[in-house]
Design a protein around this ligand. Structure first.
Ligand code: ATP
Length: 926
């Protein structure tokens, strides 16, 4: 290797952008067919991974020490020091132990959350298309790798929507335009070239280079990588924006503000406890410790951790169901989604395209065969025909193969069987397979008619043009939406004759195209032009084509079937049952879209379909109205999609929208949940999206909505449990201060801390793992303004708190009225702990009977309950704990009474849930 200092920018005489292409290849020691596989490891060793190192993370030690920098720890430590002052050494030790345990638990939770985020990041890591180790360029297949694996010398392929993975020198471009605002601040896309640029050019003027982190706006290109990782322009200024970093959901923010408010309430409640204690004549220092313990246990300190863990569990459940969350706030919105706007191809349909009909020479030719296997007959009215019988059929098949970027290849499975697969756009793959059924092989044809230029397909244009060299002539082939191809065609070939494409013939073709579309086929038109003037440049040819000056000859129509995904019909029904509208927004023809829409249950009789042209001619207010009744939007451009999302949002809808093309990014960003396709989606859409589907499947969106709802429900359960227990404790303490006339407090401070530690921790976290309830997708979406703590929760908190207070006071004041203080305190302490345990059981569902839910489906809660109960038994019966907690062993009958009192909470909750269910049923019946 001639390269020095990891910088592959200059060969000491010229910079990369000043070199001729051949010199660049030589300098970078690579070939158009890519680097040999055996060089990769050596190059990696030398240049490292293609990564931008972001700022150093917080060290683990710092993360651990930060666990102790919060008001709760300060209060606890203050209580500990006070205990020391009054000579209670055990109290001090226990408090310090509690602080340590809390810190360790917090640290573990934070590490877990960070690891979860890291694995999410690697799942959404950018990829790149490269060419490596390829002997013969005609038989090469490009493949996708993780962008970090790129090494200098790699050949990269770029197309619209790609994020450029490294700094590279271009050697082939087709209308390539790149948005370099990230580097240069220039908002207009830069049109790229391949010729050398003069020395002295600034970065912005080095138009034959592409830079890592910038994005391809349109066109296509091929380039040789010369700088990776920190050696790239963006690496040098260390400015790569690490999107997946901003991972704090609004829900978390709302909860932390809620925690602060509850903290204030807790502070006043414990201050009141303190004052009441002093009035009742207790010692000031004792009361300070007691009030501190009350404060610590009444602050719902477990709340933020509960939210994080519930979200993390939700995220991992979604991954299992093929949805990767990129921005945590998406989970919050997912639970509230009221409308899903989905594109058709690949999301609602299988994207397994097969050409079924070719309409040429006024004849409908049926194409036989299944899937991508290139075997099938061509028949007319059931009779097999020979290809050469028809004058235009061979021409159309040849051009279908030539104007094509897909690759058909055989792929070996583990069981040694071979399957045919398509690399690239499935629409083009279908054309390739059909052509090969008649022995028209793209690779051979490309040798005969090499491609010299092109206008790549873009959904806004709906056509693709390729220009090929054919001896001294040029061959132009255009294929795309029939109406577009018909518009550019001046003549048509019929039975080998070129005739004028008059209105009558156009009508005929149009009717046929509409017929195919109404049967659910995706229809393409195809036309060609042979240019004998060898002086004309390809740029001129393209310009003439665009201004419709070229004499394009229409050849025929191609009807492609793309069946709906099997699971989609049911998914749409589930969405409808969950009160969610499903809208299709597709680039395909209105009739094709409507036919599929009817098939899968989106377009029922009461709803309508409209296309892009109709949208354009509708006023904004009319359009907003139409959004209520229109379920299929066809021939839409990315701008239409943007208009649809905005319209729906202005009506208060919470919108999930899918997208795959680069131009869909604005619509995805605007949607409440932008959904990108993992397989067919571009980097730009993935960047803009808050969720990525790994299987491109509509059903996965509905599943993600379901998981979003479960997350919200579980957070609500956790919040309700924490608040009922914390408030229950405070209310019990306050009421006992007012009502009980005893020379002792109802619990010791350490008992209060124990209950808090035992219940708050294991049980709340276990609620986060609750499985979904059966009817979660049978209820309407939650309203965005719905608060985590609504009136019904407040009423519920008061109800549960009263039951707790009554239970504790009963055992202290009635059951053990004349017993020793230690026994009385042990009893009330144990009743409180057991009440919390039963409360956790009751909190597992807000409306469903616990006897219906069972315990087998949440092992964490079962474990939590057994652990809490077991620890409580130890607290009472182990002499070590008797010493520390100042408890005394209880009798068997005591336990029976305690369990009886504890279960009252379950009974009260079951009655409440019964009435709630009855009320909901009545509302439904009305
Ligand atoms: P969506 O994914 O949004 O449901 P779509 O994939 O059907 O839509 P586009 O990809 O925008 O929509 O395609 C619109 C039209 O362009 C198609 O109906 C077809 O006629 C034509 N078309 C699609 N792919 C190609 C291609 N590779 N070359 C030429 N024309 C194409």
């Amino acid at each position: 290797m001639t390269i020095r200092d990891n910088e592959l920018i200059s060969d000491q005489t010229k910079l990369v952008h000043e070199m001729e292409i051949n010199d660049t290849f030589k300098f970078l020691e690579t070939k158009i067919t890519g680097l040999p596989e055996q060089d990769i490891d050596i190059l990696r060793e030398k240049y490292g991974w293609n990564e931008i190192q972001t700022q150093d993370r917080r060290s683990r030690a710092k993360m651990f020490s930060e666990q102790f920098l919060n008001p709760i720890t300060y209060v606890l430590l203050a209580a500990g020091i006070l205990s020391l002052l009054v000579g209670k050494l055990t109290n001090f030790i226990v408090i310090v132990a509690i602080v340590l345990i809390n810190g360790i638990i917090g640290f573990i939770q934070e590490v877990k959350a960070e690891n979860a985020l890291d694995s999410l990041k690697s799942m959404t890591a950018p990829e790149a298309t490269i060419l490596r180790d390829c002997g013969n360029v005609l038989h090469c297949t490009q493949y996708r790798i993780k962008a970090r694996e790129i090494v200098p010398g790699d050949i990269i392929y770029l197309e619209a929507g790609d994020k450029i993975p490294a700094d590279a020198r271009l050697f082939e471009v087709a209308n390539l335009q790149v948005d370099e605002a990230l580097l240069t601040g220039e908002s207009l896309p830069v049109r790229k070239i391949t010729t050398p640029v003069l020395s002295g050019a600034s970065v912005a003027d080095r138009k034959n280079l592409v830079f890592s982190g910038t994005t391809v706006v349109s066109g296509r290109g091929k380039a040789i990588v010369y700088a990776i990782g920190m050696k790239t322009q963006v690496g040098k200024i260390a400015e790569l924006i690490n999107q997946t970093k901003e991972m704090k959901s609004p829900l978390e923010k709302r909860v932390s503000s809620l925690s602060k408010k509850l903290g204030v309430i807790a502070f006043f409640a414990s201050a009141l406890t303190f004052i009441l204690g002093i009035i009742r004549g207790f010692d000031i220092l004792d009361m300070l410790i007691f009030a501190s313990a009350t404060l610590v246990s009444s602050i719902p300190s477990g709340l933020p951790a509960t939210i994080t863990i519930t979200l993390a569990i939700g995220v991992s459940r979604m991954v299992k169901r093929n949805a990767i969350i990129r921005k945590l706030n998406a989970i919050d919105s997912l639970g509230a989604v009221t409308t899903i706007v989905s594109d058709k191809t690949g999301t609602l349909t299988q994207n397994q395209m097969t050409v079924k009909h070719i309409f040429v020479d006024n004849t409908d030719i049926e194409v036989g065969g299944v899937g991508y296997i290139p075997i099938g007959d061509f028949t007319v009215d059931g009779e097999i025909i020979s290809i050469t019988q028809h004058s235009t059929l061979p021409l159309i098949l040849q051009n279908m193969a030539l104007s094509n970027d897909a690759i058909l290849r055989q792929h070996e499975l583990e069981n040694d069987e071979f399957v045919w697969e398509i690399v690239g756009d499935p629409t083009e793959g279908a054309l390739l397979v059909a052509a090969l059924k008649a022995q028209f092989n793209k690779l051979e044809l490309m040798g005969e008619y090499p491609r010299i230029d092109e206008i790549p397909f873009e959904s806004a244009n709906k056509y693709m043009l390729t220009i090929h060299k054919n001896d001294a002539n040029s061959l132009l082939i255009v294929k795309g939406a029939p109406e577009v191809i018909m518009q550019v065609s001046k003549s048509i070939t019929v039975d080998g004759q070129k005739i004028a494409f008059d209105d009558k013939l156009k009508d005929q073709i149009e009717q046929k195209a509409e017929y195919y579309a109404s049967e659910g086929y995706r229809v393409l038109g195809i036309a060609y032009h042979e240019e004998s003037n060898s002086n004309i440049t390809t740029d001129d040819l393209k310009a003439k084509f665009e201004s419709r000056e070229l004499e394009m000859i229409f050849m025929g129509l191609i009807a492609i079937i793309d069946p709906p995904r099997e699971e989609v019909k049911e998914a749409i029904l589930r969405a409808h049952n969950a009160g969610i509208k499903v809208i299709m927004a597709t680039g395909d023809h209105k009739l094709t879209a409507s036919s599929i829409g009817k098939d899968i249950g989106i377009l029922t009789t009461e709803f309508t379909a409209m296309d892009g042209k109709e949208i354009d001619s509708t006023s904004e207010s009319e359009f907003i109205e139409k959004l209520d009744t229109n379920r299929v939007f066809a021939r839409v451009s990315p701008e239409h999609k943007y208009r649809i999302v905005n319209g729906l949002k202005s009506k208060g809808e919470i919108v999930a929208m899918t997208g795959d093309g680069a131009n869909d990014a604005p619509a995805l960003k605007t949607a409440d949940v932008g959904v990108a396709m993992g397989i067919t989606g571009t980097d730009v859409t993935k960047d803009a999206a808050s969720m990525i589907l790994t299987d491109d499947n509509f059903a996965s969106i509905v599943n993600a909505v379901e998981e979003g709802r479960v997350v919200y429900e579980n957070i609500k359960k956790g919040v309700k449990f924490l608040l009922t227990t914390n408030m229950g404790e405070v209310i019990t303490i306050l009421v006992s201060m007012l009502l009980i006339n005893s020379e002792a407090l109802i619990f010791t401070p350490i008992m209060i801390l124990w209950v808090n530690l035992v219940t708050d921790g294991s049980l709340t976290v276990a609620l986060a793992a609750e499985p979904r309830e059966n009817d979660v997708m049978l209820r309407p979406p939650k309203k965005p303004e719905d608060s985590l703590i609504d009136r019904s929760i407040i009423a519920n908190i008061l109800l549960v708190a009263s039951v707790m207070a009554a239970g504790v006071i009963f055992i202290f004041n009635v059951y053990s009225k004349d017993d020793s203080i230690v026994r009385k305190e042990t009893l009330s302490f144990t009743v409180l702990a057991v009440l919390q345990i039963f409360n956790a059981i009751a909190s597992r569902s807000n409306r469903e009977s616990i006897f219906k839910i069972g315990f087998r489906n949440n092992r964490m809660i079962l474990f939590g309950l057994i652990a809490s109960f077991g620890l409580q038994i130890l607290a009472v019966h182990l002499s070590f704990f008797n010493l520390i907690l100042e408890t005394t062993p209880l009798l068997f009958i005591d336990w029976v009474v305690i369990l009886g009192i504890g279960s009252t909470i379950l009974i009260v909750e079951e009655v409440r849930k019964y009435f709630l269910r009855r009320k909901e049923k009545l509302v439904l019946m009305k």
